[in-house]
Design a protein around this ligand. Structure first.
Ligand SMILES: Nc1nc2c(ncn2[C@@H]2O[C@H](COP(=O)(O)OP(=O)(O)OP(=O)(O)O)[C@@H](O)[C@H]2O)c(=O)[nH]1
Ligand SMILES: [Mg+2]
Length: 484
């Protein structure tokens, strides 16, 4: 179009716009005049309705346009407290070496001053193919369907801005039976300064959860939608709009790419023979290099604090899991030790036929040992209160306990050969085991000595005739009596 024609078109456009504005103004004035001539009641009613519509419209606009704030990253404990917790666990031999190694890796990466990028996402979304395009010269990726990448592989190269970086290819998540590999992938994502989260279409619920999880750790990330070659322009636009809504502002950018890769198919030739054909797809990284440049612009040193925070927060969770497991195992050992003493005590002190009475000093020792394990302070008065309640429970539950013990004796006839009093010995094993387990569970959950809660749990356990538990108690009783 020539310049004169363009000027003419612009002039016509401006005139049409002015005319439209004038017509709208005239119409509004006419409406206002008609409005003023209405009876006063009707004027108030229409005015009120208009006000409601305007306020609702403005409210919706504000809500839709509100800035999406990134959630505050999870808080991490300070390094010293984490180290002392790991040191305390080390004696317990519960595989804490792996956690210590994580701290060493944290230091190693900081010292290397290299920027780490993790390419993370579900299986077969094209992560390895994308890395081959991002880090030219990296080892070629095999082209098998699903579960190709089994471990973390690092590729060294240069960022779009020319700085040194290390890109991690990790196993895909959501693979059937691939929980361990998924854990490895997640840990690597947390170790990186920034993450590319790769998907190949709309986010599934699991992918959305994964993305939120990364967001919670405050990871700088780009959502990469791969295999864009499969969609029309309209579908791509629609997809990006939908992803923008579903990802709730977590990614720093959303970009569409075609990582490329190879496709294979079988061609039938004119003579009826078949031929395997391999074809390389075209790589189109679109806006990804720009988005990446912005993502890692602060550099490894500036992003280090955030990275360290994510690793320490994850270590805190993993350490807590180990502590819980270690305490549970330790509680089990304590309960077993006291149940054993109760069995021996029962044989020495209880004449067959007498009521079951909790052996006070022993039970108090059990409560103190368990409270100490869970770091809960208990007074003598509290212990006495708990034992009083346990005795009351027993007074009404003696027949239940003896019935359970009687059944156990029948089920494990070997116990009968150990002589008289075995019924009572077994009953005490059951009582101490129930009291100990009830208290340990209550302390673990409430971090306090809650008489009512522990009492209720104990009642349930006393009546619990589950065969594996009874078998363990029968074995303990037999062992304790033989070793006497
Ligand atoms: N259509 C299309 N297919 C692609 C594209 N990029 C990768 N693929 C194909 O997707 C499949 C999986 O690619 P990979 O790179 O192995 O995927 P991955 O995410 O590393 O897979 P895992 O390691 O198993 O998690 C392969 O068949 C690739 O050829 C793309 O841009 N378009
Ligand atoms: Mg892979």
């Amino acid at each position: 179009m020539s310049r004169r024609l363009r000027t003419l078109a612009a002039a016509i456009g401006i005139a049409a716009l002015a005319w439209l504005l004038f017509a709208t103004l005239e119409r509004a004035l006419a409406l206002a005049q008609r409005f003023m001539s209405l009876p006063e009641g009707l004027r108030w009613l229409i005015g009120g309705l208009l006000a409601v519509v305007v306020v609702a419209g403005a409210g919706s606009a504000v809500w839709l346009l509100r800035p999406r704030k990134r959630r505050a990253p999870v808080t991490a404990p300070d390094r010293a407290s984490l180290e002392s917790r790991l040191a305390a666990l080390r004696d317990s031999d519960t595989g804490v070496e792996e956690l210590r190694n994580e701290l060493d890796e944290l230091d190693r990466r900081r010292a290397s001053a290299s920027l780490y990028l993790a390419v993370f996402g579900e299986i077969s979304t094209g992560k390895s193919t994308l890395i081959a395009a991002l880090v030219p010269g990296s080892a070629p990726v095999s082209d098998v369907r699903g579960g190709t990448t089994r471990q973390v592989t690092h590729y060294e190269g240069h960022t779009p801005a020319g700085e040194h970086w290390t890109v991690a290819d990790v196993p895909g998540s959501a693979e059937a039976g691939g929980d361990d590999r998924e854990r490895v992938a997640r840990e690597e994502a947390l170790r990186a300064h920034a993450v590319l989260y790769v998907c190949a279409g709309d986010l599934t619920r699991t992918q959305a959860t994964e993305l939120h999880w990364l967001g919670d750790f405050g990871k700088p990330l780009v959502l990469v939608v791969n295999k864009a070659d499969q969609w029309t322009d309209e579908e791509r636009e629609h997809l990006v709009a939908r992803l923008r809504e579903r990802s709730e502002g977590i990614p720093d950018a959303i970009v569409l790419v075609s990582a490329g890769g190879e496709e294979r198919f079988t061609r039938v030739l004119a003579d009826g023979s078949r031929e395997e054909v391999r074809r390389t797809r075209r790589t189109d990284l679109g806006q990804l290099p720009d988005a990446l440049r912005r993502l890692i612009a602060p550099g490894a040193v500036a992003l280090e604090g955030q990275r360290e925070n994510a690793v320490l927060a994850s270590l805190h969770e993993r350490t807590s899991e180990k502590e819980v497991a270690w305490r549970a195992a330790e509680a089990e050992r304590i309960v077993r030790r006291y149940a054993r003493r109760a069995i021996v005590g029962a044989m020495a002190a209880v004449a067959p036929g007498t009521d079951l009475v909790i052996q006070g000093a022993l039970a108090a020792g059990l409560v103190r040992a368990l409270a100490g394990l869970y770091g809960v302070r208990v007074t003598d008065v509290e212990i006495e209160g708990l034992l009083r309640q346990a005795r009351l429970t027993l007074r009404t539950g003696t027949s239940v306990v003896l019935a359970v013990a009687g059944n156990a004796l029948k089920a494990f006839p070997g116990l009968g050969t150990l002589g008289g009093g075995v019924l009572h010995a077994f009953a005490y094993a059951l009582i101490f085991d129930s009291l100990g387990r009830a208290l340990a569970a209550s302390l673990a959950e409430r971090q306090a000595l809650d008489q009512t809660d522990a009492g209720a749990r104990m009642r349930d356990l006393l009546a619990d005739a589950g065969s594996s538990r009874l078998r363990q108690l029968a074995e303990l009783t037999g062992e304790a009596l033989r070793d006497r």
